[in-house]
Ligand binder design. Sequence first.
Ligand code: NAD
Ligand code: IPM
Ligand code: MN
Length: 354
Amino acid sequence: KDSYFVTTLPGDGIGPEIMSATVKVCQAVAAKQGFKIEFKEALIGGAALDACNDPFPDETLKQMKSSDSVLLAAIGGPKWDANPRDKRPETGLLKMRKSLGLFANLRPATVLPQLADASTLKPEVVSGVDIMVVRELTGDVYFGEPKGITTKDGERFGYNNMCYKESEVKRIAKVAFDIARKRGKRVCSVDKANVLDVSQLWRDVVIETHKDYPDVELSHMYVDNAAMQLIRNPKQFDVMVTGNIFGDILSDEASMLVGSLGMLPSASVGDPSGPGVFEPIHGSAPDIAGTDKANPLATILSAAMMFRYDLDRPEAAQAIEDAVNKVLDDGVRTGDLGGKVGCKQMGEEVCKRI
Ligand code: NAD
Ligand code: IPM
Ligand code: MN
């Protein structure tokens, strides 16, 4: 195949800026390597709410389903924070993940040698870190029922339900073990089984699933300890597998090993018959939106993951990663990494090195 159809979801805040830089990088790779990509935008999040009062329009789902792959920038912002739950950008993002069966979110945290001094932690602690956080993405307290805000005993009462089905745990554990086989062959499963029943089931099912992977070493850690160990000695980790909310929190934490939230890409995958969604782990950064200060590298590296996992173009993925490496070798940095280069220029600097 030498021609692809990719949906872009720029979303809100810094989303359009980082997406525009990323599309240019993809086009540069395609031109250089002799294939074609047609990009077509669709609406999600606040942008979709403003245009059609729905954070995940049917039209967007339909277009995504007909795409070879999808790039997403970020959604959300203060403009929509007071909306009722069904009219929030975040609800659109969750609906998108659920509708497409994207149950596995792969969040690599790889410390590049050039950035070993970019972290707030000591270089000797972070240099060489290479962790893959496998975050379950369509279950947990994010999707549990019942939920809501009601009145109880004469006061307001809010509740959500943290829950997992056995099959949901099993399939994400398999993803983690399969990935570990291609890496350091070690999986650490993170839970709160000392307190939560849902975590006890998680741990039991991970142990059962592990029986098919005798070549992979499995360990378990409580999430509070894991948060500490990530800072104390991050090099002890290879693959970490965990539920939706723990994975959300731990991967943001892991970004500070790398030096910036603006550096971490991700792949949201699951149903092999449909497209994956490739998205930075960060949000719409309303505090710097529209100022050309955003770091587009997390989104650009997400595009590299798209080429590798969805489009079967490993050499395109490699070209992007090499170009990002060269940019950093040359000391080109956006503000989050202590530099002065803007978002647009950072995109151009990557293109130049493709
Ligand atoms: P955030 O990730 O948007 O920002 C956290 C901090 O990191 C901010 O100071 C921001 O400026 C900085 N930052 C993030 N990405 C950056 C980048 N590429 N370059 C430079 N700096 C960057 O998290 P938040 O402020 O808690 O949330 C803002 C909005 O984003 C909320 O509406 C939230 O729901 C949404 N959000 C969306 C996603 C997503 O679309 N997948 C992820 C997380 C948060
Ligand atoms: C992320 C975000 C989302 C999440 C929010 C915006 C729903 O934080 O993609 O990491 O919690 O999954
Ligand atoms: Mn998050």
